[in-house]
Design a protein around this ligand. Structure first.
Ligand code: KG4
Ligand code: ZN
Length: 332
């Protein structure tokens, strides 16, 4: 047994997970439903983290003795300052009291390496380095190469909004429950394409979604089209943009393996379409069937990976929240 406790409070979920190596022992996620605000309220969320974090820590210990935990793994960024603080305080406290080492974890790095958690995906083949990753979440949109567990290179990023933000803004305009991404995907199933839209020209492997948003905002406000038709038309153009960049990234780097991660990668239409194109181009396409949205399993998993790689533990007194932490090419 080697038990790693992962703690994640970077945004609007309070999450604690226990892993034995890369096998999940417990996974608790509490999400706050901000229906009334149609969005996230940073100055309120941290109060929920305070309210629930100790409760869920106790629940995750139902079948496990606290003294059997070997390692703590904590998200230190990117995210909301106050929210990150709550998780970090619990992590430091546990590390001190239990006299066990601690690793700080980049939330985005954790999303990417979720593929290495046992049972996280249903693809038979193993994901082999190097591979291209498309990270599409509420906070980020990135295209990158993973050379190894701890080595990567950013190829492209969004120049304006993240893809999740755009989905949620469209969702709000359609009066969908927040966050609207899931419902746009669901409604699109029975929709018919309204029109073919040209994909915007964006330099290199970067993305830009603001122009598309304005176009669809007008469609919705016009009230001329059915919601389901708007949804599929939107999904189609977004997919075209993603496919175009992924295609280039794989071709330029002569790589066949590629995966999608982040909340938006839950999108059934994207998965179905990427599967089709993977057959055509002979790509090995990977997507997650579990631990897609924010969770602490992915955080504990990075702790275990760093431990296996013999990385120096982080000094408890030095760890602090880094809200703007971005994956750069050197330090994770
Ligand atoms: O990764 P995530 O859980 O949280 C962040 O770290 O940002 O991503 C949340 C985002 C939201 O914008 C939500 O609308 C979107 O993921 N999302 C989807 C789908 N399911 C969740 N977007 C499109 N299609 C979906 N099926
Ligand atoms: Zn996330």
């Amino acid at each position: 047994m080697f038990i790693c406790c992962g703690i994640e409070t970077s945004f609007d979920d309070t999450c604690i997970a226990l892993l034995n190596k890369n096998k999940v022992l417990s996974n608790i996620v509490i999400n706050y439903n901000f229906q009334i605000y149609k969005g996230i309220v940073p100055n309120i969320i941290y109060l929920f983290h305070i309210k629930y974090i100790f409760k869920i820590f106790r629940i995750s210990l139902v079948n496990i003795n606290i003294n059997n935990i070997d390692l703590i793994s904590i998200t230190y960024g990117p995210g909301l300052l106050k929210s990150l603080f709550i998780g970090i305080i619990l992590a430091k406290f546990l590390s001190l009291i239990l006299k066990i080492p601690i690793y700080k974890v980049n939330h985005l790095h954790a999303h990417i390496l979720t593929f290495f958690v046992k049972g996280s995906n249903i693809i038979k083949n193993k994901l082999i380095f190097p591979f291209i990753i498309l990270l599409i979440s509420g906070g980020h949109t990135l295209l990158l190469i993973m050379y190894d567990f701890l080595k990567l290179k950013i190829l492209g990023k969004t120049l304006d909004n993240s893809l999740g933000e755009i989905y949620d803004k469209i969702g709000n305009l359609l009066n969908f429950k927040y966050p609207g991404g899931y419902l746009i995907d669901k409604f699109s199933i029975k929709g018919k394409n309204i029109m073919n839209i040209f994909i915007p020209k964006v330099k290199k492997l970067n993305f830009s979604f603001s122009g598309i948003f304005t176009k669809f905002k007008n469609f919705i406000l016009n009230k001329k089209y059915l919601i389901k038709d708007i949804c599929i038309t939107f999904q189609k153009i977004i997919f075209k943009i993603l496919l175009n960049k992924v295609f280039k990234a794989l071709k330029i780097n002569n790589i066949k393996n590629f995966g999608i991660v982040g909340g938006v990668s839950n999108n059934k239409y994207f998965i179905q379409q990427f599967k089709i194109y993977s057959k055509i181009y002979n790509w090995n396409f990977f997507y997650l069937s579990k631990f897609i949205k924010d969770n602490a399993v992915m955080i504990a998993n990075i702790g275990y990976i760093k431990y296996k790689k013999n990385l120096n533990f982080d000094l408890i007194y030095i760890i602090k929240p880094n809200p703007k932490l971005f994956i750069n090419n050197k330090v994770l």
